[in-house]
Design a protein around this ligand. Structure first.
Ligand code: DLL
Length: 443
């Protein structure tokens, strides 16, 4: 059992108490909330009512938690088709906040919150911080973007509710971030992992050793990242790096979070009911099998999501966690079913490149995948950035590195790739989610 500072078991902390409910208590609460939210969606959202009528199911048919599998799914496209307010279950007079996620094409998808929804969101974020070992009195530098993106305000409200001091710096202006981090004494940092990578690089260029900073905890999420990346971040700043998961459609950050065991993410199941399904057939998979995460909001009033298809691929971890939390855990989300690239018939996920690069000494996880077509055949080129140090090295050393990277990547992905080493700082840095793929095949 991990303990709080002061040697109290974590479950003594009132913030974290709901993480330690007995299984039957939790399930009773889930069922009670599920019945209420299904009825609310049926009564107030036309799309839900029509879909449920189509399959001949009524809110009264939900008698057990297992009955959830009888309900129809909701897809991202449903948010687009009912843009902007078509899935709201509350009148606008009760909606206190809107957020939106920028779609890759056209209109964003809009999400809504009542004051109660904002309070639930703050409470789950508070629990997420607590499970990563952030306490009242800590100084949290919040480098998630503020605005329509849920990262900034989600982390902000959670950290304030916890009693921490928030620095609402948002993303970008990295030199200033570093100055603030040092001068204000930030001991926790919220950022996307790719932005933290950028912070590490910039610190190195400026001759700043992050290990001398008071940073103790990083709360990283909003995009896939890997175990080797964790090791890299933790070593660079002598800190602990935790994974936090969430999505706007469900609430924002705070759907799930790692605890101090760093072995998977606990889902805050009293508010978000998770299922893992076969993305092809839609069937619920046996516990432990990998598939698509489907989430139901159990207490979100303004915009209930019943069986929302996240497209995120993961699996449940079946053993209980050493931290004592009874909340179910999922494995890190390494990929989405829709970010799979098919190259010459072989499936490739960008996160595989990150893992391969981090296995090669002196290679940097700054990369970009460029896809083109030559004579009808897919061509895969991967640009990988050199460090300033390597760049000034002998040609033979650079060639050696190129060979090692080529080998590491080809053995990971199983097809040949052209590796192009590029000058330091030539690949665009992200202040939020990294864009790793440039697909020129359709143009
Ligand atoms: O990214 C919410 C968030 C903000 C989460 C800050 C964590 C921290 P969206 O912009 O709607 O919301 O994007 C949601 O991002 O379906 C996943 O594909 C991906 N994602 C989020 N967290 C993780 C993570 C925010 N820890 C989409 N690991 C999700 C992998 C993640 N992917």
């Amino acid at each position: 059992m991990t303990t709080l500072a002061g040697d109290q078991p974590e479950y003594f902390n009132p913030v974290s108490a709901p993480d330690f409910l007995m299984k039957d208590q939790l399930q009773r609460l889930q069922l009670q909330r599920l019945k209420r939210i299904v009825k609310r969606a049926y009564d107030n959202v036309e799309l839900t009512r029509n879909r449920m009528d189509d399959v001949g199911i009524n809110p009264e048919d939900i008698k057990t938690l297992a009955d959830i599998s009888k309900l129809p799914f909701v897809y991202k496209s449903d948010l687009r088709d009912t843009y902007p307010y078509g899935l709201f279950a509350s009148p606008m007079s009760e909606v206190v906040r809107l957020h939106a996620s920028s779609g890759t094409t056209g209109k964003p998808t809009v999400v809504a919150y009542t004051q109660d929804d904002i309070d639930v969101w703050s409470s789950v974020m508070q629990r997420a911080f607590a499970s990563c070992g952030v306490h009242a009195g800590d100084i949290v530098q919040n480098s998630y973007g503020y605005g329509l993106f849920t990262g900034g305000l989600g982390a902000h409200y959670g950290a304030e509710a916890l009693g921490a001091t928030v620095i609402p710096v948002s993303g970008g202006n990295t030199d200033r971030q570093l100055m603030i981090m040092k001068d204000f004494g930030a001991n926790a940092l919220c950022a996307t992992p790719s932005y933290f990578l950028h912070i590490i690089d910039r610190a190195e260029q400026l001759g700043i050793d992050l290990k001398d900073m008071p940073l103790r905890v990083g709360i990283f999420g909003a995009e896939p990242w890997s175990e080797p990346m964790r090791t890299h971040c933790e070593a660079a700043a002598n800190m602990k790096a935790y994974d936090i998961y969430g999505l706007s459609e469900i609430i924002g950050p705070g759907v799930g979070s790692e605890c101090r065991c760093q072995k998977g993410l606990h889902i805050f199941e009293d508010h978000f009911y998770p299922e893992i399904i076969d993305p092809e057939t839609g069937e619920v998979l046996p516990e432990g099998q990998e598939g698509e995460l489907v989430l139901t909001t159990l207490s979100k009033d303004a915009m209930p999501m019943i069986r929302y298809r996240t497209r995120d691929i993961t699996s449940f971890i079946t053993e209980p966690c050493e931290c004592g939390r009874t909340l179910r855990r999922i494995n890190r989300i390494g990929r989405r079913s829709d970010d799979m690239l098919v190259i010459r018939g072989v499936n490739l996920f960008p996160s595989q490149i990150e893992s391969a690069l981090l296995k090669v000494e002196n290679a940097q996880p700054h990369y970009q995948i460029i896809l083109t077509k030559e004579k009808g055949l897919d061509q895969l080129e991967i640009e990988v950035e050199l460090t300033a140090e390597m760049f000034s090295d002998q040609v033979s050393k650079i060639e050696q590195l190129q060979k090692k990277i080529t080998h590491a990547i080809e053995t990971t992905i199983g097809i040949s790739a052209k590796i192009r080493l590029v000058e330091p700082n030539t690949i665009a840095r992200s202040e939020g989610k990294a864009k790793r793929v440039i697909d020129k095949r359709e143009q």
